[in-house]
Each structure stands twice: as C-alpha cells, then as structure tokens.
Write a protein that binds this ligand. Structure first.
Ligand SMILES: NC(=O)C1=CN([C@@H]2O[C@H](COP(=O)(O)OP(=O)(O)OC[C@H]3O[C@@H](n4cnc5c(N)ncnc54)[C@H](OP(=O)(O)O)[C@@H]3O)[C@@H](O)[C@H]2O)[C@@H](O)CC1
Ligand SMILES: Nc1ncnc2c1ncn2[C@@H]1O[C@H](COP(=O)(O)OP(=O)(O)O)[C@@H](O)[C@H]1O
Ligand SMILES: [Mg+2]
Length: 274
C-alpha cells in the first residue's frame, strides 16, 4: 500500500490560466438532502463551490431551498422530484455527486435511479452516503464511466458484504476490482482503492469525527474532479486536503466543523497552486 503525501497537492492543484471562464472549471450537480437531511447537501454543495467548481447546481427537496440559498447563493437549485429537469441537468453535467442526506425511502430510491439513468461514460460520478446504502439494498443499474464510492466502514460493509472487522486491504481490493470503480474507504487514516493502486492517508484527526464531515468530502471530491484533469490525482488531492485543513484547524480547536473546512479551501488551495 502506498502512503499519500503532500506532493499530491502540488501535482494536482493548478494556477488558473488567465484565458479561462466558469465553464473551464466544470459543471457539477449535487443531488441529496431530503426534508430531514438538508444540511448534508448544503455542506456538500458548499464544499464544491469553495473548492472552485465552475458552475454548481443542487438538486434537493424544495423545503431546503431558502436555507440553501441563504448559506450558498452561488449554487443553482432544482427540485429533485422534477424528473425532467433533473434528468436534463445530470446529462449536461461534467461531474455528479449523489447521496449526501438523500435518505433511504421509496422517493430517495426513485431520485437515485433517475440520476444514475442519466449519467454517461464521460462523467465522473461520486456516490456517497444514502446512495451507497440504497445501492446495497436495491437492484439499481450503475452507469458506465468514472465511478467513485465514498463509504464509511458500515456503508462499505453494506455495499461490499465484507464485515467491518474483516475489511483487510486484500479483501477490499477484490471487491474494488469487481466494481471497477474508485473506493474511498473513510475512517481514521482512510484508504483509497483506485483502478491501479491502493493508498493510505497518513493524516487526519478525531476532531473530524462530526456529522457532515463526509458530506463535505464528497463535495470536495466533486469540486476537485470537476476542475483538475487527472481524475485519480484529483480524488487523492481532495482526500488529502480535507484532512490537512482539519489538522491545521485542530491545532487550536477541539472540534473542526465541516463548513470551516470549506471556508478554508480557497486560501489553502492557493498555497499549493502551480
Ligand atoms: N446534517 C445532516 O443533514 C447530516 C446528514 N447525514 C446523512 O445521513 C445519512 C445517513 O448517514 P449516517 O452515516 O449518519 O448513517 P448510516 O449510514 O446508517 O451509518 C451509521 C451506522 O453505521 C455505523 N458505523 C460503523 N462504523 C462507522 C463509521 N466508521 N462511520 C460512521 N458510522 C459507522 C454506526 O454505528 P454506531 O454509531 O451506532 O456505533 C451506525 O450504526 C447520509 O445520507 C448522510 O449523508 C449525516 O452526514 C449527518 C449530518
Ligand atoms: N477519528 C478520525 N480521524 C480522522 N478522520 C476521521 C475520524 N473520524 C471521522 N473522520 C473523517 O470524517 C469523515 C466522516 O465521514 P462520514 O461518516 O460519511 O460523515 P457524514 O456522513 O456525517 O458526513 C470521513 O472523511 C472520515 O475519514
Ligand atoms: Mg457520510
């Protein structure tokens, strides 16, 4: 197993060319946030915007609209039950994040099926939270293309069938190959299983153990993959950045709040851009 290092940041984060515009930095759609978990998709969308994604749209329950825009006026909104609009948005996107706060009921399942039915092989699709749990429980076709699953250990148990105590690198690699996808297995010192290599994140702090921290990571992976060309490096750099910012904040804070990671992103990324 390879150890991820700070080098991945300078390898990935690019100085923006003068002659560029918002379309240069990706069109990302984030789908999730039912009436109870609106915060999750707001945090994910915030992370995507603050990581620098060019055009961001949030597909969520209408009850989340005013808090979404009060927190994040940069994002656009679509009612995720509007099948026609959601399908169009997803097919026009470069990058899709689905799952944060989506919930697991019949309606959540329908929204997930609509999203996955409209993705295409040119896109990067990040599957997080409830979307992982739903895929583990129901027969929903997964699309071709660059799929990135971001499970915590219990979500990985549900999806892979490997019990938490038995999630060895070798066992996880076997399932990663069957999925032909990238797996970001989140825990203390998360592991990233790509199509070619396995990496371990050597940083991170229990100050990150708070609800919404993974939702924020999903949005960051979306923001990084939307902008940076090498998709594998973009995932690795997002995972590293998430915990590097947390470690910096934890030097003077007992707990690090997910939205604080997002707020620190523009200045943190500027330090590594080249
Ligand atoms: N503000 C919001 O809107 C928020 C919305 N959220 C959204 O909620 C949705 C559900 O996601 P979820 O992760 O909260 O619940 P679920 O998938 O049932 O997993 C929990 C179960 O797994 C177990 N477990 C074992 N190991 C574990 C590990 N390493 N890490 C974590 N859990 C571990 C754990 O064990 P226990 O804690 O009981 O010991 C428990 O039995 C999802 O869409 C998410 O985006 C949240 O982000 C919060 C903020
Ligand atoms: N003790 C810890 N050390 C390092 N990172 C942690 C620790 N606890 C949680 N994290 C990180 O916080 C995030 C939690 O993700 P997740 O469980 O999906 O949260 P949520 O769904 O509430 O947003 C992951 O990136 C995980 O690696
Ligand atoms: Mg989560």
């Amino acid at each position: 197993m390879l150890t991820l290092s700070e080098d991945i940041l300078t390898k990935t984060i690019r100085t923006r060319p003068d002659n560029s515009y918002k379309g240069t930095y990706g069109r990302i759609v984030l789908v999730g946030g039912n009436a109870n978990f609106g915060g999750a998709i707001i945090m994910a969308s915030t992370a995507a915007v603050y990581a620098g994604a060019g055009l961001v749209t949030t597909g969520t329950d209408t009850s989340n609209l005013s808090s979404l825009h009060a927190n994040l006026p940069e994002t656009m909104f679509v009612n995720y039950y509007d099948k026609v609009k959601l399908s169009q948005l997803v097919s026009d996107a470069t990058t899709v994040v689905v799952g944060p706060g989506l919930g697991e009921d019949f309606h959540s399942e329908e929204v997930l099926a609509t999203v996955l039915a409209n993705t295409n092989a040119d896109q990067t699709v990040i599957i997080d939270g409830s979307a992982i749990t739903l895929l583990a429980a129901h027969k929903i076709d997964t699309p071709a293309g660059n799929l990135i699953y971001t499970p915590h250990e219990m979500e990985w148990q549900r999806l892979s069938g490997i019990k938490i105590g038995e999630q060895t690198v070798e066992a996880n690699q076997v399932v990663q190959k069957q999925f032909n996808a990238t797996i970001v297995l989140k825990k203390h010192h998360s592991e990233i299983y790509t199509k070619t290599d396995t990496y371990q994140l050597p940083i991170g702090t229990p100050a990150q153990a708070t609800g919404g921290m993974g939702d924020t990571l999903a949005g960051m992976i979306g923001g990084f993959t939307a902008q940076f060309e090498n998709q594998q490096n973009a995932v690795l750099a997002a995972v590293y950045t998430h915990s590097a910012i947390a470690e910096e904040l934890a030097q003077s804070q007992y707990v690090v709040l997910p939205h604080q990671i997002s707020q620190a992103l523009p200045s943190f990324m500027k330090r590594y851009a080249n």
